[in-house]
Design a binder for this molecule. Structure first.
Ligand code: BYC
Length: 474
């Protein structure tokens, strides 16, 4: 169904024919806008921003671009088209018709997943709300805002499901999504990473590379769901998500490119000299990779999880690209997982495939993360510099799952807590690394100009030149 922009809430779900739902969402809308004004991007609410807005859900030509003031962005409800006669793709009910309504027995588990997914969306906007004040260019400022408005739309996507399918409980959960706040002591966001502050742009690019990619993998799992409205919602969210990861990958690439230029110009790899020259030395960048990647490892949940086994068995949450797996039922199959043996070593535990779903999703994610890392390393090598960025082991710095609280080096080797503490600043960003990165953050707003620590992008947005005035500041 085409997107209807005539209504107060743009949608392709025929909202106008469901007055009750429409009224409920129109009641939530001003709360959302209040939240956006209060906790959305600070200081740019009256600026014209060159943004894309979804105008159809087709793979081709789904967006239009134009100058928009962020509070006027047309947040709405867009589901991918319904697939005719779609059947359940995994679990015990494999092959049966998918559900158009929530089965009573799965109500609370589905609600929990939708709330967890929904909670991350406004969380990320809150985490990034001050970044505009230190943007390295107008191009980057625009990309930040594009990401922010689309995370806002992803919140709408989940709120729609809560309102449309979960009655009063759903409406209450939708309210709570605007009440929890990233980093709040009393009422924090649900998942750990979404309470980490993002107060500088290196972390923003790491977040959009690593954390948005977790979004991609979780959405891929939910896009397999037998609850068809959830699957269709997530399918369309994935289309939007791709740009966010592109922002992350190219952002980190541009930082590396700038550092390589200065390394070659000054013929040094000495971090102190490079810092004096105002660029981000590669060892510091690597520590930020260690930090954000390890933080994202926890987002997949425990290696061995009965929750994941249940949601798989019941057809609620699948694996990314489930069609690529041979066995969609996995009733009796087993696999090996590495767990700590409590004696400072590692042991192999045989577990049911269903209990190890989180680990399979995590491994697919790690493989995907490697693509960009390989590209960065190729660029470093090509410029004649001897340095390799590696992803740390999935055991490193874990708070959730079998490796939680087990101190390891980034390569996964188990070490003592004392050694971990002693080598902390070698593994992870130190206070002085963070202070240095913060010291680089100066706002650059002249069209086409870039901060000294990041190279210009190869191309602009939507075939416009890099020099285009992507944000018209008031
Ligand atoms: N932090 O069996 P377990 C995105 C809890 S990002 C805190 O191991 P399960 C985005 C868990 O809730 C994608 N708590 O895990 C990116 C459970 O608690 P209860 C977000 C955690 O249930 C950038 C207990 O520990 N989407 O979209 O298999 C910008 C045992 O759990 C954590 C989703 O996450 C944690 N890291 O799976 C914007 C999808 N991990 O119930 C947006 C929806 C686990 O015993 N969520 N716990 O009290 C899920 O599918 C699952 O909840 C999880 C955990 C994958 C997160």
């Amino acid at each position: 169904m085409a997107i209807n922009y005539q209504e107060r809430i743009p949608n392709n779900v025929d909202l106008g024919n469901d007055r009750r739902l429409q009224r409920a969402l129109e009641h939530w809308q001003p709360r959302f806008l209040d939240w956006w004004q209060e906790l959305g991007p600070e200081g740019f609410q009256t600026s014209d921003v060159y943004l894309r807005t979804a105008t159809s859900v087709d793979a081709k030509g789904w967006a239009t671009f134009g100058a928009v003031k962020m509070p006027d962005y047309r947040w709405g409800i867009f589901l991918a088209d319904q697939e005719k006669d779609r059947t359940i793709g995994f679990g015990d009910d494999f092959g049966k018709p998918v559900w158009q309504q929530v089965p009573g027995e799965y109500r609370s588990i589905l609600r929990r997943l939708i709330v967890t997914q929904g909670d991350t969306e406004p969380a990320s906007v809150e985490q990034q709300r001050l970044l505009g004040q230190t943007c390295p260019s107008l191009f980057d400022l625009r990309n930040l805002f594009q990401v922010n408005v689309e995370e806002g739309r992803h919140l709408w996507a989940m709120v729609y499901l809560l309102h449309a399918y979960f009655g009063r409980d759903g409406r209450e959960e939708a309210e709570d999504l605007l009440m929890r706040h990233s980093g709040s002591e009393d009422n924090p966001r649900i998942l750990g990473t979404f309470n980490e502050p993002i107060s500088e742009w290196l972390s923003f690019f790491m977040f959009t590379y690593f954390t948005d990619r977790d979004g991609k993998y979780q959405l891929k799992c939910l896009a397999e769901s037998s609850f068809d409205p959830l699957a269709r919602t997530c399918q369309f969210m994935l289309t939007e998500e791709a740009h966010h990861m592109y922002v992350g990958e190219t952002g980190i690439s541009r930082i590396i490119r700038r550092t390589l230029e200065i390394m070659n110009e000054l013929k040094t790899d000495d971090p102190a000299v490079l810092r004096k020259a105002g660029v981000i030395d590669l060892p510091t960048l690597k520590r930020f990779v260690n930090f954000w990647f390890s933080s994202c490892m926890d987002l997949f949940g425990a290696e061995i999880s009965s929750n994941a086994a249940i949601t798989f068995a019941n057809g609620i949450k699948g694996r990314p690209d489930e069609r690529g797996y041979e066995d969609h039922i996995a009733r009796d199959s087993v696999m090996n997982i590495e767990v700590p043996d409590e004696k400072g070593g590692v042991r192999i535990e045989e577990v049911a495939v269903r209990s190890a779903i989180n680990d399979q999703v995590r491994n697919a994610y790690i493989k995907d993360c490697m693509v960009g890392v390989t590209r960065w390393n190729r660029m470093i090598k090509k410029s004649g510099i001897d340095f390799v960025i590696e992803l740390p082991s999935s055991r490193f710095r874990r708070n959730i799952g079998a490796w939680a609280g087990v101190p390891t080096a980034p390569n996964g080797e188990i070490i003592s807590e004392a050694e971990f503490n002693r080598r902390h600043d070698e593994f992870l960003p130190s206070e002085s690394d963070r202070a240095y990165i913060h010291s680089l953050m100066q706002q650059v707003t002249e069209p086409g100009k870039m901060a000294g620590w990041i190279a210009a992008p190869d191309r602009g947005i939507n075939n416009l030149p890099v020099e285009y005035e992507y944000v018209h500041l008031q």
